[in-house]
Ligand binder design. Structure first.
Ligand code: 5AD
Ligand code: SF4
Length: 441
């Protein structure tokens, strides 16, 4: 197979995968390759995969099948990300057209793996080297007005349903200076908003440039001092790592957006214990109360799993109760999916699919009602919107409110502008707005 000249990276799953996908693209460009507009024409297609639920993991195989072209040829295919880590060589046994398998901690070695594949040598790397990949990656390139920045990776919490500790490895925090330098570079290239990412982002710790130990709040305050940066966000957090300092940052740092994604997973203490979540429904509610006291207008988001092994009707009702008590602005909810190698997959009392379906429908109906009513309270008010991309209609742009709502509007302003918008309509997925023009003095 010839050495590829053009590439296409397709990312699935979480925002950390989106970040990794961007860094792989930067790496391949630094090697002299150029981005193809889509997978149909690229010489190399990188499928950056997700293993969190079975459905997500299976997507990789249907995508591989679709890469075959009408003339019988196909691109060089690399499977990256969490499926690569979890399934390793098994992928090439199941899908013979896969040339490269590379895990999420080894993708800085992609150029060498491409060389191996082009020479017909086996190309598989699922190492988790001690030396972090970040030091071996080229400098950041322009990312648009809203950029992701991974500050922490991996997880030591071992929730019994979750593959992340196995696919992403042990919890590590990137060093302070690497993060601040990367943030500065992103801002210099036009980023107005940075979202700090980590599987357990609020567990980030490190020494600052003066040798003092800092938590995520210290990092947020350092980014607050970057001129040109308008908005800071972070995701995903664990309830047990919501420190007093981080909660105080929500009260004090204006650039820190009033939004918190704080998964609870279940409202039942017995299920939370079986999940090894190390918090209870009451301790989660206590965190929510403290966050709301610090930042009363904060929008809350969460993740939920229905049908964890052994979950009774009454325990599921407790999940509905906690949702009602919190009143989320938005949330993600999933049917439990047994993942190979995790303790919950071995538990007896797996829940029947039709029971899961019914529970998920009820939970999602409640969450959608909450999101719609949260969005409706925005109507008639004014808010700042960061314009991020073009909409479907001519002249239409789409941006984000401080509460992470998508706002659609027609405006002559440019992508990257932070503008004042009057909200005129609300649905459960987005808001409609009108650009408020400054009055001439
Ligand atoms: N089954 C279903 N949902 C899961 N999640 C993680 N593992 C599983 C699983 N095995 C959900 C959790 C987590 C989100 C990223 O995905 O809610 O917070
Ligand atoms: Fe999916 Fe988790 Fe991997 Fe992200 S880290 S891609 S959510 S398995």
């Amino acid at each position: 197979m010839n050495s590829p000249k053009t590439f296409h990276v397709k990312s699935f799953g979480c925002q950390m995968n989106v970040y990794d996908g961007a860094r792989m693209a930067e790496l391949l460009e630094a090697e002299g390759m150029s981005a193809a507009s889509d997978g149909g024409t690229a010489d190399l297609v990188v499928l950056n995969t997700c293993h969190i639920r079975e459905k997500a993991a299976e997507k990789v195989y249907s995508n591989i099948g679709r890469l075959k072209r009408e003339d019988g040829t196909r691109p060089m295919i690399a499977v990256a990300g969490c499926v690569a880590q979890a399934e390793g060589a098994e992928i090439q046994r199941r899908a013979r057209s896969v040339d490269i398998v590379v895990g999420p901690q080894a993708y800085h070695r992609l150029p060498a793996l491409i060389g191996d594949a082009a020479a017909g040598r086996p190309a598989l790397d699922t190492d988790m080297p001690i030396q972090s990949k970040f030091g071996a990656l080229p400098a950041r390139r322009r990312q648009g007005p809203s950029a992701f920045l991974t500050v922490q990776e991996g997880c030591d919490k071992f929730c019994t349903y979750c593959v992340v500790p196995y696919t992403r490895g042990a919890e590590i925090s990137r060093p302070w200076s690497a993060i601040v330098d990367e943030a500065r570079a992103l801002v210099d290239m036009g980023a107005r908003e940075i979202t700090l990412l980590g599987q357990n982002v609020n567990a980030w710790t490190g020494e600052d440039d003066k040798g003092r130990m800092q938590g995520l709040d210290g990092l947020i305050r350092a980014l607050d001092a970057l001129p040109g940066l308008a908005r800071i966000r972070y995701t995903t957090s664990h309830p047990n790592d919501m420190t007093e300092g981080l909660i105080r940052a929500h009260a004090e740092v204006e650039k820190l957006m009033p939004f918190l994604h704080l998964p609870v997973q279940s409202g039942s203490d017995r299920i939370l214990k079986a999940m090894n979540r190390s918090h209870s429904a009451a301790s989660y509610m206590a965190v929510i109360d403290r966050v709301r006291a610090a930042r009363p207008n904060i929008a809350l988001s969460g993740d939920f799993i229905v049908g964890f092994p052994g979950e009774t009707d009454a325990e599921f009702e407790q999940t509905l109760e906690i949702v009602t008590a919190v009143n989320y602005a938005q949330a993600y909810s999933f049917k439990y999916s047994p993942r190979p190698g995790t303790p919950a997959a071995e538990m007896s009392e797996q829940i029947a699919p039709e029971v899961m379906d019914e529970r998920l429908q009820r939970l999602q109906a409640l969450l959608t009602r909450q999101t719609l009513s949260f969005n409706q309270t925005s109507v008639g008010g004014r808010t700042s919107v960061l314009l991020e991309r073009k909409g479907k209609r001519p002249g239409q742009l789409i941006g984000k409110s401080p509460w992470l709502q998508s706002v659609h509007l027609e405006t002559g302003a440019a992508i990257g502008d932070l503008i004042e918008v009057e909200i005129v309509s609300a649905g459960s997925n987005s808001l409609g707005g009108a650009h408020v023009m400054e009055q001439a003095a």
